[in-house]
Design a binder for this molecule. Structure first.
Ligand SMILES: [Cu+2]
Length: 117
């Protein structure tokens, strides 16, 4: 083999390896949506701030029209349940996961379930 052919082959090999390892390292993420017991704009801030500081969470937004929270997270770091548990720990129910009662009672009155009924 001439050295030119060799270097082309090496180049192709490198490219292949690179593409492969990129695929391996690609952080897979998932987006979920679930209902929360959020009540007002303050809840929205509390939840979004906490979520957006959390490692492995790429995006979190509460829809004030229906109180559904959309979360995009890295599947390497989180599961649907760990995400919901974070919300529950803040004092809000998250889908089927019940709110941590202590945290809920410590929320401002206007943020507790039923405050705006
Ligand atoms: Cu609130």
């Amino acid at each position: 083999m001439t050295s030119k052919v060799k270097s082309i082959l090496v180049f192709i090999l490198m490219m292949t390896l690179c593409t492969f390892s990129n695929k391996m390292n690609a952080q897979k993420s998932n987006t979920i949506e679930f209902h929360t017991s959020a009540q007002c704009g303050m809840c929205k801030e509390t939840i979004e701030r906490a979520m957006n500081y959390e490692h492995g969470i790429q995006f979190a937004e509460l829809n004030m029209d229906n109180m559904f929270l959309t979360v995009k997270y890295k599947t390497k770091v989180h599961t649907e349940l760990t995400i919901k548990n974070i919300v529950a720990k803040l004092g809000y129910s998250a889908g089927e996961v019940k709110a941590n009662e202590k945290a809920m009672n410590e929320l401002p009155k206007c943020c507790q379930p039923g405050a705006h009924l």
